[in-house]
Design a protein around this ligand. Structure first.
Ligand SMILES: Cc1cc2nc3c(=O)[nH]c(=O)nc-3n(C[C@H](O)[C@H](O)[C@H](O)COP(=O)(O)OP(=O)(O)OC[C@H]3O[C@@H](n4cnc5c(N)ncnc54)[C@H](O)[C@@H]3O)c2cc1C
Length: 305
């Protein structure tokens, strides 16, 4: 897409006062710290701005990608010839009885802390997951025996096909392991989500959160940039264990390395490119297939130019 098209897009956004950046490196907005520049990086503050931005891009034939905290994505080294719509300025959170309604850009760790402040139980598992609420609902994020599906009551989204704001009940999310129906409807942008929690004891909730965080610090290579577990669990098998048994801990391509601390993680040891990570992923998949006859599937989402 030509620069002239982006100039028109930026002028439309300026008229509405919507925050945006040109040629923004995606390495600054992803936990892998990898990815070239997105031609446009737009930060709407509410559903109306978001709808306007998506429509303006679509009218000009500019593709869009919705980004939360970038903790489960791998952007191309060549960048993104389109508009990345960041949800991080959608940041309101409110409580009513045992329900918390939270905008898509709030981090799930902040949501978990907010629940603790209100002595509401059910979100301890989310403490330490470095994603946004939108990304966590999209992925049905989970840890330590808990998943978003256990506590989500409903979510509200912008249907970009008709510009209307709609609501999904919990059931309509078709939740499964690391799956929600949003994965089958990429024209829907999650605006907020409501969680139904239960009254709990502040100290008990805090103790569980601290325990989960300790386990993360002990077992995960949090000192290096990564996108968490690269592969989905294979039914009945721990993927990280298979990678370890295949002797792949420490295997590297360029700056990308299979973590020695947790074989399910690929870490950016410094200067890793998306091509390095992709080549390492292919090496792992091939080796696991040769050794175990199993095809493992990627959990992280690759965003092509
Ligand atoms: C150190 C580390 C530990 C991790 N631990 C866990 C863990 O324990 N459990 C777990 O499940 N995951 C874990 N992850 C992965 C990741 O944090 C989760 O998948 C998280 O839910 C992704 O949220 P995000 O906001 O970063 O999404 P992003 O990476 O920004 O986006 C992921 C996908 O969601 C879509 N998306 C994001 N927001 C919206 C929205 N508002 N509307 C529509 N689509 C949207 C994006 O388009 C993209 O396809 C970990 C990652 C790291 C780096």
């Amino acid at each position: 897409m030509s620069d002239a098209v982006y100039d028109i897009l930026f002028s439309e956004l300026d008229k509405r006062g919507i925050d945006h950046l040109a040629n923004e490196p995606m390495s600054l907005h992803t936990t892998f710290k990898i990815g070239g520049a997105a031609k446009a990086f737009i930060s709407p503050r509410d559903g109306e701005e978001l709808s306007f931005a998506v429509n303006a891009a679509s009218d000009l034939g500019v593709k869009t990608f919705v980004l939360g905290k970038g903790s489960n994505v791998l952007f191309d080294d060549e960048g993104y010839d389109g508009a990345v719509i960041s949800t991080l300025s959608l940041d309101k959170i409110r409580v009513s009885d045992n329900m918390i309604t939270c905008d898509a850009g709030v981090s799930v760790t902040s949501l978990s802390r907010f629940a603790l402040e209100k002595s509401l139980a059910g979100l301890t598992f989310a403490y330490g997951i470095p994603g946004s609420v939108g990304g966590a609902v999209f992925m049905n994020a989970g840890a330590y025996g808990g998943e978003i599906k256990d506590v989500l009551m409903s979510s509200t989204y912008l249907d970009t096909t008709d510009g209307k704001i709609k609501t999904l009940t919990a059931k309509e999310h078709d939740f499964a392991y690391r799956y929600s129906s949003y994965k089958a409807h990429l024209d829907r942008v999650i605006l907020n989500a409501t969680f139904l929690l239960r009254e709990g004891d502040h100290n008990d909730i805090k103790a569980e959160m601290d325990d989960f965080m300790d386990r993360r610090r002990t077992k995960q290579p949090l000192e290096f940039p990564s996108a968490g577990s690269v592969f989905k669990r294979y039914p009945g098998r721990y993927t990280a264990q298979m990678i370890d048994e295949a002797g792949l801990k420490g295997a590297a391509v360029g700056g990308a390395e299979v973590s020695v601390k947790h074989a399910g993680f690929i870490i950016n040891k410094g200067g890793a490119t998306s091509a390095d990570v992709t080549a390492l992923i292919e090496l792992i998949k091939k080796t696991i297939f040769e050794k175990f006859g199993i095809e493992i599937e990627c959990e992280i989402i690759r965003v092509e130019k």
